[in-house]
Design a protein around this ligand. Structure first.
Ligand code: ATP
Ligand code: MG
Length: 1014
C-alpha cells in the first residue's frame, strides 16, 4: 500500500489570528552611558519582569526579549477569542506598573524611564522555528512587523493600536482615534488609535447593545420556561436555570430580554459575569455581584460606598454588622478605622461565601430577586465554589438564579432538584430570516443572500450579525443598517475575524490528535468517511476512534451516516473554514494529495464519479499533472449528459496544462481540452472571440505536434459545426476538407466522428443524396459497433447515422421507412448513452407522427422530448426540441401556443449563442406559419420575407422550399401580389432537390390558391 497518511500530530506551524504586542522601555540607550552596568542590568531586569508579568497575567506568550523590551503574542499557541482585549489589558497593566517603577527611579537615582507599546491584530504563522523543530515557538508575518511599527510610533507612556486591533477591542477598551498614518511596509495609510483605558462594555452583549440590538426573534418556548421558573421562585421555593449553548447562540440575549421583563415588573435583578481573561483575577464575578447588589458605582468615593454597604447590609440582617470590615476589605473600600481581621486565604474565602449566601438569600424573604450570572465556563475556582454554595442556599427563598455557560463547562451542582437546564438551539430558518431582514432589510437584491447565510451560520445569530457586518465592510452591501442593497455579488466571503477568534479558540481546546484529525477532515471536505479519514491522516482504528469521539462530543462533527460506512460531517461550515484556514499551505497541500490517494484506494469502483473530486484534491495538493488527467476523466464522464459540467472541467484542464512541462502528453491534453470546449461551445453558447481564440491556440499546438487527428477535428469545429455564420456551401466545403483529412489517417473512430458532424452540414444545405451517402459511410465504418467514434462529436455515431438517414427519407416522402430507422436510432441512443442523439430522434419522430395527423400523440412526444432535453441542459438540444414542438403545435392547429413556443426558442438560442444560428430561417418560417394560422397575416408576411431572404442568403437548401411555400401562402392571405410566382419558385426548389414531401405540399396548396384567386 502506498504511503498515504499525513502522520498526525507532527504539525510544525499554523496560521493563527492573534494580537501582537511590542513594548519597549525608552530613553534607555543614552542613559546606559552614565550608569554602572551592574545597576543598569538590575533596573532593566526589573522592567522586563514587569512587562512579562503583565503578559502572563492575561495568558499571553512572551515571544522574545528585544534589546530593551519584549514582543508578546496573545492567541497563540492557544487561541483566545478575546486576544485583542487581553493585549490591551496587558498594555494598561504595563503602563501602570512601569509608571510606578519609573516614578520610583525618578525619585531615587533620578533616572527617566518610560514605556512605549504597539499593538496589532491579524494573521501570523506561529510555530517552532529552527532545525529539527526544536527551535523556540515564535510568530512570523506582516502582522508582527506592523505591531513593531506601532510601538516605534507611540509616544512615551502610550500604547498605540492599529485599526484591526482597534476593531476587535473597541467598546471593551476606551480608544482615541489619532487618524491615518503612512507606515513603512503598509500599502495604504493605517488608522492609528491610542489606548486610553477600560471601556464600558464588559461582554459582547454590551457591545451589541451599544451598537443597537437587533430585533429579538423567536425564543418563545425558552421564555415560558423562564417564566415558569420565576413563578416557582415567587412561591418561595427558589429556582435555578442554566442556559447552555455554544458561543453566539444567544444565551446572554435571552437572559437579558428576560431580566428586562423582570425589571419592568419591579423585580430586582443583580448581574455578574465571568470574563475570558478573568481566571487570573480571583472572585471577580462575586465582587461584581456584590457591587451591583449594594449599588456601588465606579466613581463612588470609598466613604459613600461604605455607607451604602453598611446601610443595606444592616437593614437586611443586623447580624452582618460584625462582617462589615471583611466586606469592605473585599470590595476594595477598607475602613481605616476598622481593619479586616487577619485570616488565611481559604478561611477568608469561606467567610465570604457565607456572607454572600446570607446577603443574597436574605432579601428574598421579603420579595423576589433574580441573580443573573454569565459565562460560568470562565469562572475562577474560588467563584465557582462560592456559586455552588449560593445555589444551595437558593432553596426555600424567593430567589431565581439564572446562569449561562457554554457546553464545555461541567457544573458541580447540576443534581440540585431546583435546577432546570435550557439547551438553547440556534435560530431556525424563519427566525434567521427575520433577523437578517432586521439587519439588512428587504431589498429584492438581497434575496439570494438568505440561503447561503443560513447555511454558513447555521442560525447562530452572532455569526449572522458578524457576517452582515463583514459584507458591509467589504462593500458587498450598500446603504444603511436595516436597509442595504447588494452592491457587489458575494462569491467568496471570508470568515469575520471575530467569528474566527471564537471558533479557533474552541478548536485549540481540543486534544492534539482530535485537532489534527479535524484539520484533516476540513481538507477532505464537508463530509468524510471514517476510512478516508483514517487513511488520509495515517491513523489506525484505535487511534482514530477516541479522536472522532472527542470531535463528535465536542459538537464539531456529527455522524451523518452510520451504514454502510460511518460518515462524519462538519456541524458548522464556518468551523470547517477556520480549521482549513489555520493550516500552513504546504501541509494542507500534502493532505489534499493524501486525500486524493485515499479516495483512489478506497473507492476503485466509483472512480468515474469521483474523478472531479480526485482532480480537485490533486490540484490543491500541487499534483498538477495528475489533476489534469483526473479532470479530463471527469469531463469525459460528464460528457453530453451534463454538458455544462463537461465544459467547466475541460476549461480546468486547459488551465492546468499551461502549468505543465511541454511534453507530448501536455500537448495532447492542451489540444483535446480546447477542442472539447469548442464541442460544448456550440451546444451551450460561447463568446465568439473566446471560441476563435481557443480554436487558434488548439490549431497552433496541433500543427506543431503534427497531430492530424486534431487538425481534422478542428477544421470541423471551427468551420463545419452548428452555429457558424457562413453560407452552407462554405460549411459543406469545410466538412469535405475535414473528412479528407480524417480519411488520411487510418483511424476509423476519427473518420466516423468527422462524418457525423459532416452529415449535419449537408442536411442544412438540403443535399439529400450527400446526407444519405455520408450516413451510409458512417454505418459501414461503424460496422455495427454503436460506440465506435463516440465521445468526439456525438456519443453514438451509429445512432446518429441512422437518424440522419431517416431525416433524408422523410424529406423524400418515405415516411414509413424513415420511422423504422428512427426507432432503431432511438433504441441505440438509449442503450449507448447518447441522450443528445436521442433528443434529435424523438423530435424527428414527433414530426413524422404529426405529419400523419396523429396530433395528440405527436404533441405528447414533443413535450416529453422538451422535458428530457431540458434536463440535458444544453441550448442546442433544447432549442432543437422546442422547435420540433412548435412544428407539431402548428400541425395540431394550436397557433397561439406555437407562437409562444417558437418565440421563446428563438430568444433562448440568440441569448446563448449571440446569433441566430443555421436554423434561424426555419424558426422564422414556423413563426410566420403560426402567425398565419392565428390570423395575423400582415405580420406573417413581414416575417416570412425575412425568412426567405435569410435562407437564400445562407444557401440553406433544406429551408428554402418551405420558406417560399409559406411566402406564397402569406402573400395570398394578405392579397399581396406574386403569390403564385412564389409557389412556382417553391415547387421548383423542392423538385430540383428531390424534396418530395415539400413538393407534395406545395402542389396541394396550389389547388387552394388557384381556387381562391379564381
Ligand atoms: N433571539 C435573538 N434575536 C435577535 N438577536 C439575537 C438573538 N439571540 C442572540 N442575538 C444576538 O446575537 C448576538 C450573540 O448573542 P449572545 O451574546 O446572547 O450570545 P451568547 O450565547 O451569550 O454567546 P457567548 O457564549 O459568546 O457569550 C448578540 O448580538 C445578540 O443580540
Ligand atoms: Mg454571552
Amino acid at each position: 500500500m502506498a504511503e498515504i497518511g499525513m502522520g498526525i500530530g507532527t504539525d510544525d506551524g499554523e496560521r493563527k489570528q492573534v494580537t501582537v504586542l511590542f513594548a519597549d522601555v525608552s530613553g534607555s540607550m543614552d542613559l546606559a552611558e552614565g550608569q554602572d552596568p551592574e545597576e543598569w542590568r538590575k533596573i532593566m531586569q526589573r522592567f522586563f519582569a514587569l512587562l512579562a508579568a503583565a503578559v502572563e497575567r492575561f495568558e499571553g506568550t512572551v515571544d522574545k526579549f528585544t534589546g530593551d523590551g519584549i514582543m508578546a503574542v496573545f492567541g497563540a499557541p492557544v487561541a483566545h477569542e478575546d486576544h485583542a482585549r487581553r493585549a490591551c489589558y496587558a498594555a494598561l497593566w504595563m503602563l501602570d506598573d512601569v509608571a510606578e517603577y519609573a516614578a520610583e527611579l525618578r525619585r531615587g537615582p533620578g533616572l527617566n524611564f518610560s514605556v512605549r507599546i504597539g499593538i496589532n491584530s491579524g494573521e501570523v504563522v506561529a510555530g517552532a522555528i529552527g532545525d529539527g523543530g526544536d527551535g523556540s515557538y515564535t510568530a512570523i508575518g506582516h502582522t508582527v512587523g506592523l505591531a513593531q511599527r506601532m510601538e516605534a510610533l507611540a509616544e512615551p507612556g502610550k500604547a498605540y493600536l492599529t485599526e484591526s486591533a482597534a476593531a476587535l477591542a473597541a467598546g471593551f477598551l476606551d480608544l482615541k482615534e489619532l487618524g491615518p498614518f503612512e507606515i513603512k511596509g503598509a500599502s495604504r495609510p493605517v488608522d492609528v488609535f491610542e489606548l486610553v483605558g477600560v471601556g464600558a462594555a464588559r461582554s459582547r452583549l454590551d457591545l451589541s447593545r451599544e451598537r443597537g440590538f437587533s430585533r429579538f426573534v423567536g425564543r418563545e418556548r425558552e421564555m415560558e420556561t423562564l417564566e415558569d421558573a420565576l413563578a416557582q421562585a415567587e412561591t418561595g421555593e427558589g429556582a435555578v436555570v442554566g442556559i447552555v449553548a455554544e458561543a453566539g447562540v444567544g444565551k446572554s440575549r435571552l437572559g437579558h430580554e428576560f431580566c428586562e421583563r423582570c425589571r419592568q415588573r419591579g423585580i430586582e435583578v443583580f448581574e455578574a459575569q465571568a470574563q475570558a481573561h478573568g481566571k487570573s483575577i480571583p472572585l471577580m464575578p462575586v465582587l461584581q455581584m456584590l457591587r451591583a447588589y449594594f449599588g456601588i458605582g465606579d466613581r463612588d468615593p470609598d466613604r459613600i460606598a461604605r455607607e451604602k454597604v453598611a446601610g443595606r447590609a444592616l437593614l437586611l440582617d443586623s447580624e452582618l454588622g460584625e462582617d462589615l470590615p471583611l466586606i469592605f476589605d473585599f470590595l476594595g473600600i477598607p475602613d481605616p478605622g476598622q481593619p479586616a481581621p487577619q485570616m488565611s486565604g481559604e478561611a477568608r474565602q469561606r467567610a465570604l461565601g457565607r456572607i454572600v449566601c446570607r446577603l443574597l438569600g436574605a432579601p428574598s424573604r421579603n420579595h423576589t430577586v433574580v441573580l443573573a450570572i454569565e459565562d460560568l465556563h470562565w469562572m475562577d475556582e474560588g467563584s465557582n465554589a462560592m456559586l455552588a454554595q449560593l445555589i444551595d442556599s437558593v432553596a426555600g427563598t424567593n430567589t431565581l438564579a439564572l446562569v449561562n455557560f457554554r457546553p464545555e463547562y461541567r457544573l458541580d451542582w447540576g443534581a440540585s432538584s431546583l435546577y432546570r437546564r435550557i439547551e438553547l438551539q440556534p435560530l431556525g430558518r424563519e427566525d434567521t430570516r427575520e433577523l437578517l431582514r432586521d439587519l439588512a432589510g428587504e431589498d429584492p437584491s438581497l434575496d439570494g443572500l438568505e440561503a447561503p447565510i443560513h447555511t454558513r451560520t447555521q442560525g447562530n445569530p452572532f455569526f449572522v450579525e458578524e457576517i452582515v457586518r463583514e459584507l458591509v465592510e467589504a462593500g458587498h452591501l450598500e446603504g444603511e443598517h436595516g436597509a442595504y442593497r447588494l452592491a457587489r455579488p458575494v462569491e467568496e466571503a471570508g470568515v469575520p475575524a471575530t467569528v474566527q477568534a471564537v471558533l479557533s479558540a474552541r478548536i485549540d481546546r481540543l486534544s492534539a490528535d482530535a485537532k489534527a484529525l479535524l484539520q484533516v477532515a476540513s481538507v477532505i471536505g464537508k463530509e468524510a468517511g471514517a476510512r478516508a479519514l483514517a487513511l488520509t491522516a495515517g491513523l489506525d482504528a484505535e487511534e482514530l476512534d477516541p479522536a472522532i469521539c472527542e470531535l463528535v462530543e465536542g459538537g464539531f462533527l456529527y455522524e451523518a451516516e452510520l451504514y454502510p460506512e460511518r460518515v462524519l460531517a462538519f456541524r458548522h461550515p464556518l468551523t470547517q473554514e477556520v480549521a482549513y484556514g489555520t493550516q500552513l499551505g504546504e501541509r494542507r497541500a500534502a493532505t489534499h494529495a493524501a486525500a486524493a490517494q485515499a479516495m483512489i484506494e478506497l473507492e476503485p469502483e466509483r472512480l468515474e464519479e469521483l474523478a472531479a473530486l480526485v482532480g480537485r484534491h490533486m490540484e490543491l495538493g500541487g499534483e498538477t499533472r495528475e489533476a489534469s488527467r483526473w479532470f479530463a476523466r471527469a469531463a469525459h464522464w460528464a460528457g453530453h449528459t451534463r454538458p455544462q459540467d463537461a465544459l467547466r472541467l475541460w476549461q480546468r484542464v486547459t488551465a492546468l496544462t499551461e502549468e505543465l512541462d511541454d511534453d507530448a502528453e501536455t500537448r495532447a491534453l492542451a489540444v483535446s481540452s480546447r477542442m472539447l470546449q469548442l464541442e460544448y461551445a456550440w451546444r451551450l453558447g460561447m463568446d465568439r472571440e473566446q471560441a476563435e481564440a481557443l480554436a487558434d491556440e488548439a490549431t497552433e499546438i496541433a500543427e506543431r505536434s503534427g497531430d492530424v487527428h486534431a487538425v481534422a477535428l478542428l477544421k470541423l469545429l471551427t468551420a463545419a459545426r452548428p452555429g457558424v455564420a457562413d453560407r452552407a456551401s462554405e460549411w459543406v466545403g469545410a466538412a469535405k476538407e475535414a473528412i479528407r483529412l480524417a480519411d488520411g489517417t487510418d483511424d476509423p473512430a476519427l473518420r466516423v466522428a468527422v462524418r457525423s458532424a459532416g452529415a449535419y452540414a449537408y442536411m442544412c444545405a438540403g443535399d439529400l443524396d450527400a446526407v444519405e451517402r455520408i450516413a451510409d459511410e458512417i454505418l459501414t465504418l461503424t460496422a455495427g459497433d454503436p460506440s465506435l467514434g463516440g465521445g468526439i462529436v456525438v456519443d453514438s455515431p451509429m445512432s446518429w447515422g441512422l437518424m440522419a438517414r431517416s431525416v433524408a427519407l422523410r424529406e423524400r416522402d418515405r415516411a414509413e421507412e424513415a420511422e423504422a430507422l428512427l426507432d432503431q436510432a432511438l433504441q441505440l441512443a438509449a442503450e449507448h448513452d447518447d441522450p443528445e442523439t436521442a433528443g434529435w430522434a424523438r423530435g424527428s419522430k414527433s414530426l413524422l407522427i404529426a405529419d400523419r395527423g396523429e396530433h395528440e400523440a405527436a404533441l405528447g412526444l414533443a413535450r416529453r422530448n422538451c422535458e428530457l432535453t431540458e434536463r440535458l441542459g444544453d441550448v442546442f438540444s433544447r432549442t432543437t426540441a422546442s422547435t420540433a414542438l412548435a412544428y407539431v403545435q402548428i400541425a395540431a392547429g394550436e397557433h397561439a401556443a406555437a407562437l409562444t413556443t417558437i418565440e421563446r426558442t428563438d430568444r433562448e438560442y440568440r441569448e446563448a449563442m449571440g446569433a441566430g444560428g443555421e436554423t434561424e430561417a426555419w424558426r422564422s418560417t414556423l413563426r410566420a406559419r403560426a402567425l398565419l394560422g392565428a390570423g395575423r397575416a400582415d405580420e406573417a408576411l413581414v416575417e416570412i420575407e425575412w425568412a426567405t431572404a435569410t435562407a437564400k442568403r445562407r444557401e440553406m437548401g433544406w429551408q428554402i422550399p418551405s420558406a417560399l411555400h409559406t411566402l406564397a401562402l402569406a402573400r395570398a392571405a394578405t392579397g399581396a401580389p406574386d403569390a403564385e410566382e412564389a409557389l412556382d419558385e417553391a415547387t421548383e426548389a423542392a423538385r430540383s432537390r428531390g424534396h418530395l414531401m415539400t413538393l407534395r405540399r406545395t402542389e396541394a396548396d396550389r389547388a387552394v390558391l388557384t381556387a381562391a384567386a379564381g
